[in-house]
Ligand binder design. Structure first.
Ligand code: PLP
Ligand code: COI
Length: 339
Protein backbone atom coordinates (compact mmCIF):
# COMPACT_ATOMS: atom_id res chain seq x y z
CA UNK A 1 0.00 0.00 0.00
CA UNK A 2 1.16 3.48 -0.89
CA UNK A 3 2.27 5.56 2.06
CA UNK A 4 0.03 8.63 1.91
CA UNK A 5 -1.56 10.84 4.55
CA UNK A 6 -4.93 9.22 3.74
CA UNK A 7 -6.96 11.11 6.34
CA UNK A 8 -5.87 14.50 5.02
CA UNK A 9 -6.07 13.93 1.28
CA UNK A 10 -7.39 16.93 -0.63
CA UNK A 11 -9.73 16.56 -3.62
CA UNK A 12 -6.93 16.87 -6.14
CA UNK A 13 -4.72 15.09 -8.62
CA UNK A 14 -2.24 12.60 -7.28
CA UNK A 15 -0.12 10.56 -9.67
CA UNK A 16 -0.88 6.85 -9.73
CA UNK A 17 0.83 4.01 -11.59
CA UNK A 18 -1.31 3.41 -14.67
CA UNK A 19 -4.11 4.74 -16.83
CA UNK A 20 -6.13 2.97 -19.50
CA UNK A 21 -6.73 4.21 -23.04
CA UNK A 22 -8.77 3.21 -26.04
CA UNK A 23 -8.89 4.68 -29.56
CA UNK A 24 -11.83 4.98 -31.93
CA UNK A 25 -10.64 4.85 -35.54
CA UNK A 26 -12.30 3.88 -38.81
CA UNK A 27 -15.65 3.49 -37.11
CA UNK A 28 -14.74 1.18 -34.23
CA UNK A 29 -13.07 0.99 -30.83
CA UNK A 30 -9.70 -0.76 -30.57
CA UNK A 31 -8.19 -2.75 -27.70
CA UNK A 32 -7.63 -1.24 -24.26
CA UNK A 33 -4.07 -0.02 -23.77
CA UNK A 34 -2.41 0.39 -20.38
CA UNK A 35 -0.05 3.33 -20.01
CA UNK A 36 2.19 4.59 -17.24
CA UNK A 37 2.54 8.03 -18.86
CA UNK A 38 0.50 10.94 -17.56
CA UNK A 39 0.59 12.57 -20.99
CA UNK A 40 -1.34 12.06 -24.19
CA UNK A 41 -0.15 12.95 -27.64
CA UNK A 42 -2.88 14.39 -29.86
CA UNK A 43 -3.25 16.32 -33.10
CA UNK A 44 -3.11 20.10 -32.69
CA UNK A 45 -6.34 20.42 -34.70
CA UNK A 46 -8.19 17.88 -32.52
CA UNK A 47 -11.83 18.98 -32.14
CA UNK A 48 -11.58 18.69 -28.35
CA UNK A 49 -9.09 21.56 -28.30
CA UNK A 50 -11.03 23.91 -30.56
CA UNK A 51 -14.70 23.07 -30.49
CA UNK A 52 -15.08 21.47 -27.09
CA UNK A 53 -15.85 17.91 -28.16
CA UNK A 54 -15.17 16.48 -24.73
CA UNK A 55 -17.15 14.78 -21.97
CA UNK A 56 -16.13 13.21 -18.68
CA UNK A 57 -17.48 11.16 -15.81
CA UNK A 58 -16.69 10.91 -12.15
CA UNK A 59 -17.25 7.85 -9.96
CA UNK A 60 -15.45 6.28 -7.05
CA UNK A 61 -14.04 2.98 -5.85
CA UNK A 62 -14.32 2.33 -2.11
CA UNK A 63 -12.32 0.02 0.15
CA UNK A 64 -15.00 -1.63 2.24
CA UNK A 65 -15.05 -2.55 5.90
CA UNK A 66 -14.58 -6.16 4.66
CA UNK A 67 -11.46 -5.17 2.68
CA UNK A 68 -13.26 -5.55 -0.66
CA UNK A 69 -13.23 -2.97 -3.44
CA UNK A 70 -16.62 -1.67 -4.54
CA UNK A 71 -17.88 0.50 -7.39
CA UNK A 72 -21.06 2.51 -6.92
CA UNK A 73 -23.67 2.49 -9.76
CA UNK A 74 -21.12 2.54 -12.58
CA UNK A 75 -23.81 1.73 -15.16
CA UNK A 76 -25.41 5.08 -14.44
CA UNK A 77 -22.13 6.82 -15.25
CA UNK A 78 -21.91 4.78 -18.43
CA UNK A 79 -25.42 5.84 -19.49
CA UNK A 80 -24.66 9.48 -18.74
CA UNK A 81 -21.44 9.39 -20.76
CA UNK A 82 -23.47 7.97 -23.63
CA UNK A 83 -25.88 10.91 -23.38
CA UNK A 84 -22.98 13.35 -23.23
CA UNK A 85 -21.43 11.76 -26.33
CA UNK A 86 -24.73 12.10 -28.20
CA UNK A 87 -25.08 15.69 -27.01
CA UNK A 88 -21.84 16.86 -28.63
CA UNK A 89 -21.84 14.40 -31.54
CA UNK A 90 -19.05 12.08 -30.35
CA UNK A 91 -18.62 8.35 -30.93
CA UNK A 92 -20.22 6.45 -28.04
CA UNK A 93 -18.01 4.23 -25.92
CA UNK A 94 -19.39 0.71 -25.61
CA UNK A 95 -20.47 -0.56 -22.21
CA UNK A 96 -17.81 -3.24 -22.37
CA UNK A 97 -15.00 -0.76 -23.09
CA UNK A 98 -16.25 1.52 -20.32
CA UNK A 99 -16.54 -1.20 -17.67
CA UNK A 100 -13.28 -2.94 -18.54
CA UNK A 101 -11.35 0.32 -18.59
CA UNK A 102 -12.81 1.41 -15.24
CA UNK A 103 -12.11 -1.91 -13.51
CA UNK A 104 -8.62 -2.17 -15.00
CA UNK A 105 -7.67 1.36 -13.99
CA UNK A 106 -8.82 0.71 -10.41
CA UNK A 107 -7.26 -2.71 -9.96
CA UNK A 108 -3.92 -1.78 -11.56
CA UNK A 109 -3.71 1.06 -9.04
CA UNK A 110 -4.98 -0.94 -6.08
CA UNK A 111 -2.22 0.34 -3.80
CA UNK A 112 -3.74 3.82 -4.16
CA UNK A 113 -7.21 2.85 -2.93
CA UNK A 114 -7.47 4.59 0.45
CA UNK A 115 -7.82 2.24 3.43
CA UNK A 116 -11.24 1.82 4.99
CA UNK A 117 -11.98 4.25 7.77
CA UNK A 118 -9.95 7.15 6.39
CA UNK A 119 -12.97 8.83 4.75
CA UNK A 120 -11.08 8.86 1.45
CA UNK A 121 -11.77 6.98 -1.78
CA UNK A 122 -10.34 6.41 -5.23
CA UNK A 123 -11.84 8.91 -7.68
CA UNK A 124 -12.23 7.51 -11.20
CA UNK A 125 -12.20 9.93 -14.10
CA UNK A 126 -13.25 8.44 -17.45
CA UNK A 127 -13.18 10.94 -20.33
CA UNK A 128 -13.92 10.94 -24.02
CA UNK A 129 -12.85 13.49 -26.59
CA UNK A 130 -12.55 14.22 -30.30
CA UNK A 131 -8.92 13.53 -31.16
CA UNK A 132 -9.27 13.75 -34.93
CA UNK A 133 -8.35 16.94 -36.81
CA UNK A 134 -11.03 19.27 -38.22
CA UNK A 135 -10.79 22.95 -38.99
CA UNK A 136 -14.38 23.57 -40.05
CA UNK A 137 -16.84 23.17 -37.18
CA UNK A 138 -17.64 19.47 -37.51
CA UNK A 139 -17.51 16.34 -35.36
CA UNK A 140 -14.17 14.51 -35.38
CA UNK A 141 -13.80 11.15 -37.07
CA UNK A 142 -11.44 9.86 -34.37
CA UNK A 143 -11.95 9.72 -30.58
CA UNK A 144 -9.97 8.78 -27.55
CA UNK A 145 -11.33 7.35 -24.31
CA UNK A 146 -9.11 7.48 -21.23
CA UNK A 147 -9.60 6.47 -17.60
CA UNK A 148 -7.33 7.67 -14.84
CA UNK A 149 -7.76 7.34 -11.09
CA UNK A 150 -6.58 9.41 -8.17
CA UNK A 151 -7.07 9.03 -4.41
CA UNK A 152 -9.17 11.85 -2.96
CA UNK A 153 -10.56 13.29 0.23
CA UNK A 154 -13.63 15.54 0.51
CA UNK A 155 -14.43 18.01 -2.30
CA UNK A 156 -15.42 20.75 0.11
CA UNK A 157 -12.59 21.10 2.59
CA UNK A 158 -15.16 21.15 5.38
CA UNK A 159 -16.04 17.44 4.74
CA UNK A 160 -19.37 16.66 6.39
CA UNK A 161 -19.57 20.12 7.93
CA UNK A 162 -21.75 22.96 6.71
CA UNK A 163 -20.42 24.88 3.73
CA UNK A 164 -21.15 28.52 2.78
CA UNK A 165 -22.67 29.05 -0.66
CA UNK A 166 -23.21 32.25 -2.69
CA UNK A 167 -26.08 32.75 -5.15
CA UNK A 168 -24.53 33.58 -8.52
CA UNK A 169 -26.01 36.73 -10.10
CA UNK A 170 -23.35 37.71 -12.68
CA UNK A 171 -22.89 34.67 -14.91
CA UNK A 172 -24.87 31.72 -16.26
CA UNK A 173 -23.47 28.22 -16.28
CA UNK A 174 -25.89 26.71 -18.78
CA UNK A 175 -28.85 27.66 -20.98
CA UNK A 176 -32.24 25.92 -20.79
CA UNK A 177 -31.74 24.10 -24.09
CA UNK A 178 -27.94 24.09 -23.91
CA UNK A 179 -25.58 21.46 -22.54
CA UNK A 180 -26.19 21.81 -18.79
CA UNK A 181 -27.82 18.37 -18.63
CA UNK A 182 -24.75 16.54 -19.95
CA UNK A 183 -21.24 16.39 -18.52
CA UNK A 184 -19.19 18.26 -21.10
CA UNK A 185 -16.09 20.35 -20.41
CA UNK A 186 -17.64 23.58 -21.74
CA UNK A 187 -20.07 23.73 -18.82
CA UNK A 188 -17.16 23.80 -16.42
CA UNK A 189 -15.34 26.48 -18.45
CA UNK A 190 -18.49 28.61 -18.14
CA UNK A 191 -18.52 28.07 -14.38
CA UNK A 192 -14.90 29.04 -13.64
CA UNK A 193 -15.29 32.81 -13.32
CA UNK A 194 -17.93 32.47 -10.63
CA UNK A 195 -16.07 29.70 -8.80
CA UNK A 196 -12.84 31.68 -8.60
CA UNK A 197 -14.67 34.84 -7.49
CA UNK A 198 -16.71 33.20 -4.74
CA UNK A 199 -13.73 31.23 -3.44
CA UNK A 200 -11.90 34.55 -3.04
CA UNK A 201 -14.89 35.82 -1.10
CA UNK A 202 -14.71 32.87 1.28
CA UNK A 203 -17.54 30.68 -0.07
CA UNK A 204 -17.31 27.00 -0.93
CA UNK A 205 -19.23 27.31 -4.20
CA UNK A 206 -21.63 29.41 -6.29
CA UNK A 207 -25.30 28.43 -6.56
CA UNK A 208 -26.46 28.87 -10.15
CA UNK A 209 -29.96 30.09 -10.98
CA UNK A 210 -32.00 29.41 -14.09
CA UNK A 211 -30.61 31.52 -16.94
CA UNK A 212 -34.00 32.93 -18.06
CA UNK A 213 -35.65 34.37 -14.97
CA UNK A 214 -32.77 34.25 -12.49
CA UNK A 215 -35.34 33.03 -10.04
CA UNK A 216 -35.20 29.25 -9.74
CA UNK A 217 -32.35 27.20 -8.31
CA UNK A 218 -30.36 25.19 -10.82
CA UNK A 219 -27.39 23.64 -9.05
CA UNK A 220 -24.30 24.20 -6.99
CA UNK A 221 -20.97 24.26 -8.85
CA UNK A 222 -20.32 20.54 -9.30
CA UNK A 223 -23.24 19.25 -7.24
CA UNK A 224 -27.05 19.19 -7.20
CA UNK A 225 -29.03 21.14 -4.60
CA UNK A 226 -31.57 19.76 -2.15
CA UNK A 227 -33.70 21.27 0.59
CA UNK A 228 -35.63 19.52 3.35
CA UNK A 229 -38.76 20.67 5.17
CA UNK A 230 -41.96 19.11 6.55
CA UNK A 231 -40.50 15.62 6.18
CA UNK A 232 -40.04 16.25 2.43
CA UNK A 233 -36.90 16.04 0.30
CA UNK A 234 -37.08 18.74 -2.39
CA UNK A 235 -34.70 19.04 -5.34
CA UNK A 236 -34.84 21.23 -8.46
CA UNK A 237 -36.44 20.25 -11.73
CA UNK A 238 -34.64 22.01 -14.57
CA UNK A 239 -33.44 21.23 -18.08
CA UNK A 240 -30.07 22.84 -17.42
CA UNK A 241 -28.76 20.78 -14.49
CA UNK A 242 -26.75 17.58 -14.53
CA UNK A 243 -28.80 14.52 -13.55
CA UNK A 244 -26.79 13.58 -10.47
CA UNK A 245 -26.46 9.88 -9.70
CA UNK A 246 -25.95 10.74 -6.03
CA UNK A 247 -29.18 12.75 -6.03
CA UNK A 248 -31.05 9.94 -7.79
CA UNK A 249 -29.80 7.56 -5.08
CA UNK A 250 -30.72 9.92 -2.24
CA UNK A 251 -34.24 10.22 -3.66
CA UNK A 252 -34.60 6.44 -3.48
CA UNK A 253 -33.11 6.39 0.02
CA UNK A 254 -35.38 9.21 1.16
CA UNK A 255 -38.47 7.35 -0.02
CA UNK A 256 -37.13 4.19 1.62
CA UNK A 257 -36.91 5.93 5.00
CA UNK A 258 -40.39 7.42 4.67
CA UNK A 259 -39.75 10.95 3.41
CA UNK A 260 -41.86 12.55 0.73
CA UNK A 261 -39.95 13.56 -2.38
CA UNK A 262 -40.63 16.53 -4.64
CA UNK A 263 -38.71 17.33 -7.81
CA UNK A 264 -39.92 20.75 -8.90
CA UNK A 265 -38.75 24.29 -9.58
CA UNK A 266 -37.45 25.88 -6.36
CA UNK A 267 -37.82 29.66 -6.17
CA UNK A 268 -34.91 31.38 -4.38
CA UNK A 269 -37.55 33.05 -2.22
CA UNK A 270 -38.34 29.62 -0.75
CA UNK A 271 -34.81 29.17 0.65
CA UNK A 272 -35.49 30.70 4.08
CA UNK A 273 -38.27 28.13 4.64
CA UNK A 274 -35.99 25.06 4.46
CA UNK A 275 -35.07 23.26 7.66
CA UNK A 276 -32.00 21.73 6.01
CA UNK A 277 -30.21 22.22 2.70
CA UNK A 278 -27.32 20.48 1.03
CA UNK A 279 -25.20 19.83 -2.04
CA UNK A 280 -24.82 16.30 -3.39
CA UNK A 281 -22.54 14.66 -5.93
CA UNK A 282 -19.84 12.04 -6.29
CA UNK A 283 -17.13 14.47 -5.28
CA UNK A 284 -19.28 16.48 -2.85
CA UNK A 285 -20.93 13.30 -1.41
CA UNK A 286 -23.50 15.09 0.79
CA UNK A 287 -22.30 18.47 1.92
CA UNK A 288 -24.68 20.22 4.28
CA UNK A 289 -25.15 23.90 3.51
CA UNK A 290 -24.59 26.20 6.48
CA UNK A 291 -25.40 29.51 4.82
CA UNK A 292 -26.61 30.86 1.48
CA UNK A 293 -25.62 34.44 0.66
CA UNK A 294 -27.38 36.60 -1.95
CA UNK A 295 -25.47 39.58 -3.37
CA UNK A 296 -28.77 41.01 -4.70
CA UNK A 297 -29.71 42.00 -1.14
CA UNK A 298 -26.29 41.64 0.49
CA UNK A 299 -27.87 39.25 2.98
CA UNK A 300 -27.74 35.56 3.74
CA UNK A 301 -31.17 34.07 3.23
CA UNK A 302 -30.57 30.58 4.60
CA UNK A 303 -28.80 29.40 7.74
CA UNK A 304 -28.58 26.00 9.43
CA UNK A 305 -30.33 26.00 12.76
CA UNK A 306 -27.37 25.59 15.11
CA UNK A 307 -24.43 25.51 12.72
CA UNK A 308 -24.52 21.72 12.53
CA UNK A 309 -25.72 19.34 9.80
CA UNK A 310 -29.45 18.62 10.18
CA UNK A 311 -30.75 15.23 11.37
CA UNK A 312 -32.22 14.12 8.03
CA UNK A 313 -29.11 15.06 6.01
CA UNK A 314 -27.03 13.20 8.59
CA UNK A 315 -29.17 10.07 8.37
CA UNK A 316 -29.09 10.08 4.56
CA UNK A 317 -25.34 10.71 4.55
CA UNK A 318 -24.64 7.86 6.96
CA UNK A 319 -26.79 5.42 5.00
CA UNK A 320 -25.37 6.36 1.59
CA UNK A 321 -21.74 6.28 2.72
CA UNK A 322 -22.43 3.11 4.72
CA UNK A 323 -23.65 1.36 1.55
CA UNK A 324 -20.65 2.61 -0.44
CA UNK A 325 -18.17 1.27 2.13
CA UNK A 326 -20.04 -2.02 2.59
CA UNK A 327 -20.88 -1.17 6.20
CA UNK A 328 -24.64 -1.38 5.89
CA UNK A 329 -26.84 -3.59 3.78
CA UNK A 330 -27.30 -2.50 0.15
CA UNK A 331 -30.98 -3.25 -0.49
CA UNK A 332 -30.85 -1.49 -3.87
CA UNK A 333 -27.93 -3.47 -5.31
CA UNK A 334 -26.04 -0.27 -6.02
CA UNK A 335 -22.58 -1.58 -5.35
CA UNK A 336 -20.50 -4.09 -7.26
CA UNK A 337 -17.52 -5.84 -5.72
CA UNK A 338 -14.62 -5.79 -8.19
CA UNK A 339 -11.75 -6.93 -6.02
N1 PLP B 1 -23.77 18.65 -11.07
C1 PLP B 1 -22.61 18.86 -11.69
C2 PLP B 1 -22.47 20.07 -12.53
C3 PLP B 1 -21.56 17.94 -11.54
O1 PLP B 1 -20.38 18.15 -12.13
C4 PLP B 1 -21.75 16.80 -10.74
C5 PLP B 1 -20.70 15.80 -10.60
O2 PLP B 1 -20.65 14.87 -11.34
C6 PLP B 1 -22.98 16.61 -10.12
C7 PLP B 1 -23.97 17.57 -10.29
C8 PLP B 1 -23.24 15.42 -9.27
O3 PLP B 1 -23.45 14.29 -10.05
P1 PLP B 1 -23.09 12.85 -9.51
O4 PLP B 1 -23.87 12.66 -8.27
O5 PLP B 1 -23.54 11.93 -10.59
O6 PLP B 1 -21.64 12.82 -9.30
C1 COI C 1 -17.98 14.82 -9.64
O1 COI C 1 -18.63 14.80 -8.59
O2 COI C 1 -17.58 13.80 -10.21
C2 COI C 1 -17.66 16.07 -10.27
O3 COI C 1 -18.03 16.31 -11.36
C3 COI C 1 -16.85 17.00 -9.56
C4 COI C 1 -15.75 17.50 -10.44
C5 COI C 1 -16.21 18.39 -11.53
C6 COI C 1 -14.64 18.07 -9.64
Amino acid sequence: MENLDWKNLPFGYQKTDYNVRCYYRNGSWGELEVSSSEYINIHMAATALHYGQEAFEGLKAYRGVDGKVRLFRWEENYERLKNSAQGVMMAEVTKEVFYNAVVKSVMLNERFIPPHGTGASLYIRPFLFGSGAEVGVAPAKEYMFVVFVTPVGPYFKEGFKPVRIAIERDTDRAAPLGTGNIKVGGNYAASLKAIVRVHKEGFGSPLYLDAVEKRYIDEIGAANFFGIKDNTYITPKSTSILPSITNKSIIELAEHIGLKVERRPIDVAELPTFEEAGACGTAAVISPIGEIYDSATDKSIFFTKDGNPGPISTKIYETLVGIQYGEVEDPFNWTEVIG
